[in-house]
Design a protein around this ligand. Structure first.
Ligand code: RAM
Length: 342
């Protein structure tokens, strides 16, 4: 009996190791482009680090380019760069979309010419021209996490406002919609969302937008910023104005950039996922597509090295689109932010 069990166990190990190596072959050739919303901020640099880690690990004989527009020229710049990558016959463009559906035509043209478009961080809302979206966390759950942070920071009642990124940003727009949905629940009935403004993921614009909110809404208790740029700018604005005892900040931010504001009470709670892992998983997915290990169909499995296996599934947040769900979320506060910031 023991012997049989041992044989069965051994066979299981064999089978699982066969499927591991069959999935993604190292040493292939895939020319990949990592195209964030724009260059110059920490989350996208972290995603690049993850992609480079995967690039080395897979011994890709092809190239990994990291390109992006400036924040000021993000929408037009991304469309132009996607079009250029298509002309250059790149295998996959890994896109964090800042252009809403304006980029769909360029993405469809890319697909028609043989360049796949894998989105990460921020999808193409309609899914047109998109092979699959690598979702950092479930977009619906971002709405719940933000509503819960607002609820706990404001003690269950009060006015608050949103300081978002750009008005076109597909990810922020989806998260704001998800939060509004969550706010309909009884638990949140005393929370009042009084305004939504945009700082375009630019530090100075976001800083000024935060100050304008303060001037306009005298009873505002919280600024919710679902952007790593906006949350830092709002925290700094309130700190500079010595308003942190009256108005708090929350949202999505990078621990290394938020640690001082969390420790001094300006931003008691915020959340994020790992952008390094997001870059790594996106790279594995794109490499698997480029080397034909997967086709990009629902049910296809990506064997993503140190992160394990991920399945392509229907994206519950967008009609007729596909996603790979990464996760998890981490909520940061005084207890864990210092360790995460190191
Ligand atoms: C900014 C960008 C990015 C978003 C984070 C939370 O860095 O807008 O797309 O995911 O904030």
């Amino acid at each position: 009996m023991l012997k049989i069990r041992a044989i069965v166990a051994f066979a299981a190990v064999l089978i699982s190791s066969v499927s591991v190596t069959a999935d993604v072959q190292k040493g292939g050739t895939a020319n990949l482009v990592l195209l964030p919303k724009f260059l110059g901020i920490l989350p996208f640099d972290q995603a690049r680090r993850g992609a480079e880690e995967a690039h080395k690990e897979l011994q890709n004989k092809g190239s990994l380019d990291y390109i992006g527009p400036t924040p000021e020229n993000s929408v037009a710049g991304q469309i132009e760069m996607l079009t250029t990558a298509t002309t250059q016959k790149k295998n996959v463009v890994m896109l964090s979309n800042n252009a809403g559906d304006q980029i769909a035509a360029a993405a469809e043209a890319a697909q028609a010419a043989g360049t796949k478009v894998v989105t990460w961080d921020s999808p193409i809302p309609s899914g047109k021209g998109e092979t699959v979206f690598v979702a950092q966390v479930d977009f619906g759950s971002i709405g719940v996490v933000m509503a819960d942070m607002a609820h706990s920071i404001m003690g269950g009642s009060g006015d608050f406002a949103i300081l978002s990124a750009t008005p076109d940003a597909a990810n922020q727009n989806a998260w704001i919609a998800a939060m509004k949905e969550t706010l309909k629940g009884d638990k949140y009935k005393n929370l009042k969302l009084v305004d939504t403004v945009y700082g375009d993921d630019q530090a100075e614009k976001s800083y000024n937008a935060a100050l304008a909110l303060v001037d306009k809404h005298k009873n505002m208790k919280l600024i919710m910023a679902p952007t790593s740029v906006g949350i830092v700018a709002a925290s700094k604005a309130l700190q500079d104005e010595k308003l942190c005892d009256k108005i708090k900040v929350s949202g999505l931010g990078v621990p290394a950039e938020m640690v001082s504001y969390t420790m001094n009470g300006c931003a008691p709670e915020f959340a994020l996922w790992s952008f390094v892992d997001l870059g790594y998983l996106t790279y594995y997915t794109s490499y698997a597509l480029a080397t034909s290990a997967i086709k990009g169909n629902i049910g296809d499995e990506v064997n993503a090295g140190r992160m394990g296996k991920f399945k392509i599934e229907a994206d519950p947040g967008r009609k007729n689109t596909k996603r790979i769900l990464m996760g998890p979320f981490t909520v940061y506060n005084k207890k864990n932010v210092e360790a995460a910031a190191k």
